[in-house]
Design a protein around this ligand. Structure first.
Ligand code: ATP
Ligand code: MG
Length: 346
């Protein structure tokens, strides 16, 4: 690469995240967040019950310059102060990703500063570094987001080993789909969690996949379908929908499965620390159950603040700062990769 990357301890990075329905720009110095601006498109997509990709791309395009300026202003720095530009280049919606990647490339070119491409899930994992300045690998990370459910051994910065993953729906996706059949607004996770507070988690018994099997993979399409079938059955009988009980029983099934597999992964990996990542990690029931189960085993838990669980630029900036320090610089031919796999990055 053209750029000489000096050994910067805590590089000042501007990070752009546009992989789904949040236009977010952050300024970080290593793990320290100086600004984390988030322009959410949720109110627009709520009208359609889910993310409309074409609308997402257009809204990112309209928002990105303003959010960059807002982040710089909040951080109190100028573009010339930056050590690098980080951007999510996958996985995600291709048009949405391209908006951020193009903006980042334009900035990097104009400023003649290094460009770093960040894997979105690596960003979610790095939210834990932002949350806990003392956290260092190795640890086990349960990534539970809208599109992913991964059990990842974080062996070092940028060095991952996948222990288990969903074979169908992601946990967040199941929350979103169940919310829809229960008539609850998008995004489904927070709506289901709220409805579940008034419900009985034992009212319905939904299936838990892969009981008795040796692997650590997940499957959430069975529980989702069971909820849909129950809703249809109740509709056919003209019975009122017990939304709170259905939400609570569904949430209990998902949380139970996530905690159970994480405990098994702890036993196999002998890790002494677990971190949570992704939007579903904001779920209070999951946080509480995981904390209780792990502390009974003497295992520490790190959980990002809710704003760092869902998509945000700060997590991308933090992951980007580590890649920049490692000299992992992208060329100006960096492209969006909608189905980028999480592999060891550097
Ligand atoms: N309190 C909550 N309880 C359960 N699920 C939640 C909660 N808050 C958010 N979610 C879920 O988290 C998901 C959004 O998280 P995130 O932003 O990490 O996903 P994404 O970026 O769309 O997907 P990915 O990161 O896999 O590309 C949605 O599915 C949403 O319903
Ligand atoms: Mg995400």
């Amino acid at each position: 690469m053209r750029h000489r990357v000096e050994k910067l301890e805590n590089p000042l990075v501007l990070a752009i995240e546009t992989s789904c329905d949040e236009t977010s720009v952050a300024v970080v110095r290593g793990r320290e967040v100086l600004a984390n601006e988030i322009a959410s498109q949720i109110p627009i997509h709520r009208l359609f019950g889910g993310v409309v990709p074409e609308i997402a791309s257009r809204k990112h395009l309209e928002a990105v310059d303003g959010v960059v300026n807002a982040a710089l202003e909040t951080a109190g720095i100028g573009l010339g102060d930056l050590d690098g530009i980080a951007v999510t280049y996958g996985p995600g919606l291709v048009g949405a990703l391209l908006t951020g990647v193009t903006a980042a490339k334009a900035l990097a070119f104009a400023l003649d500063t290094p460009l770093v491409g960040v894997h979105h899930i690596e960003g979610h994992i790095a939210a834990n570094y932002v949350q806990d300045p003392e956290l260092i690998p190795p640890f086990l990370c349960l990534v539970v987001s809208g599109g992913h459910t991964h059990l990842v051994k974080v062996l070092d910065y940028g060095v991952y080993e996948l222990m288990g993953r969903t074979r169908d729906d992601a946990a967040g996706e199941a929350f979103d789909k169940v919310a829809r059949v229960l008539g609850l607004p998008y995004p489904g996770g927070p709506s289901v969690e709220q409805a579940a507070r008034a419900g009985n988690a034992k009212a319905f018994s939904f299936p838990r996949a892969f009981r008795g099997e040796d692997h650590l993979d997940f499957s959430f399409s069975g529980v989702k379908t069971a909820v849909i079938n129950e809703v249809n059955r109740l509709h056919q009988k003209d019975n009122p929908l017990p939304v709170a009980d259905l939400a609570a029983s569904f949430q209990e099934t998902v949380v139970d499965t996530l905690v159970r597999n994480t405990l098994r992964a702890v036993d196999r990996s002998r890790m002494k620390r677990v971190a949570l990542a992704g939007g579903v990690a904001a779920n209070g029931a999951l946080r509480a159950r995981m904390k209780a189960a792990l502390s009974a085993k003497g295992v520490q838990l790190t959980v990002p603040a809710p704003i760092l669980c869902t998509d945000n630029g700060a997590m991308i900036g933090c992951a980007g700062a580590y890649k920049l320090k490692a000299g992992n610089i992208a060329g100006l031919d960096l492209n969006a990769v909608p189905s980028l796999e999480l592999v060891t990055q550097y």
